[in-house]
Design a protein around this ligand. Structure first.
Ligand code: HEC
Ligand code: HEC
Length: 254
């Protein structure tokens, strides 16, 4: 091939490369505009994919999951933000990292809320609460199941109350308003918003309370902690007695 031909081919190639984006954009502009999915549709899509196998295509429930009519945003937020939904098996829902992003949780929550009237996601500001009042309310209404230290415990009729160590303020308030699973529901007629703020403040306090008296031993309560005291405390005394006895026996023989 002669030189000018090479040059001609090269310049055609360069020209084609330079024009490509323009041609491409032109082709794009002629495509019919694709409407972006509305938030409602995205929420419904997420629901159909992740939830309808148990709650039904319309959220009215199946034999694997209850109807969500009237569950409200508070319940959806509680179950989704704590990773309890989508449920994996048949056991009691457990807290785990949610598979959905915060935006997806918001869309799903709006979709569930649209199925029927229910409690809204509570707004809570723990700094407006009173710590002492929160402590009184917690010991009266919550400690029976979640233990005085908030570390949770088994329930006499099966299942367990989870530890409160990982719960965020909005999740604590939502749990109080929803009453998930075996937990009772505390509506505004039982605990007003200020009392809920006090409770949340107290639970946050339990989550961060220092332990000047040494190890909390899991904070599991007087009986297990007493047991540890018996086994290790009295065990240590026995060991010391045996050791002293052995020393004496050695001396007496000498
Ligand atoms: C494998 C089945 C299953 C899947 C999948 C599932 N759920 Fe559930 N869901 C349940 C069961 C069972 C309960 C009842 C749990 C309980 O009360 O402890 C429940 C309870 C709920 C509740 C509380 C209802 C109420 O008012 O008490 C909400 C809200 C909820 N699910 C939302 C969802 C959403 C949103 C999804 C999808 C991301 C989802 N679930 C996926 C089985 C499922
Ligand atoms: C009768 C026992 C009982 C009582 C009383 C009770 N709870 Fe619960 N609580 C439970 C059970 C059971 C669950 C788990 C429910 C589920 O399956 O999602 C729970 C869940 C929670 C959670 C979610 C924890 C997490 O990290 O995911 C919070 C927060 C909570 N409760 C706070 C409270 C507060 C605050 C009170 C007092 C106003 C209270 N509970 C009273 C039994 C109880």
């Amino acid at each position: 091939m002669r030189r000018p031909a090479v040059r001609a081919v090269a310049s055609v190639a360069v020209l084609a490369l330079a024009l490509w984006p323009a041609v491409h954009a032109g082709a794009r502009a002629e495509d019919p505009p694709v409407p972006a999915a509305t938030p409602d549709e995205t929420g419904r899509q997420l629901f159909v994919t992740g939830c309808s196998s148990c709650h039904g295509l319309d959220g009215r429930g199946t034999n694997r999951g209850p109807t969500l009519e009237g569950s409200g945003a508070a319940a959806a937020y509680y179950y989704l933000s704590t990773g309890r939904m989508p449920l994996a098996g048949d056991e009691q829902p457990k807290r785990k990292d949610p598979p959905y992003s915060p935006e997806q949780i918001e869309l799903l929550t709006e979709y569930v809320a649209s199925l029927g009237e229910g409690p809204p996601v509570p707004e809570v500001d723990p700094s407006h609460g009173d710590l002492a009042e929160g402590g009184v309310l917690f010991r009266a209404d919550c400690a029976g199941c979640h233990s005085a230290a908030g570390v949770g415990g088994a329930l006499s009729y099966g299942g367990s109350a989870p530890p409160l160590t990982g719960a965020e303020p909005k999740q604590i308030a939502a749990a109080v308003r929803v009453g998930p699973g075996n937990m009772p529901r505390f509506g505004p007629e039982t605990l007003d918003d200020e009392e809920v703020a006090s409770l949340v403040r107290y639970v946050r306090f339990l989550q961060t309370a220092p332990t000047p008296g040494g190890s909390r031993l899991g904070g599991a309560g007087a009986i297990p902690e007493g047991f540890v005291g018996w086994v290790f405390g009295i065990g240590a005394c026995l060991a010391a007695t045996v050791w002293i006895g052995a020393k004496r026996a050695g001396k007496d023989r000498a």
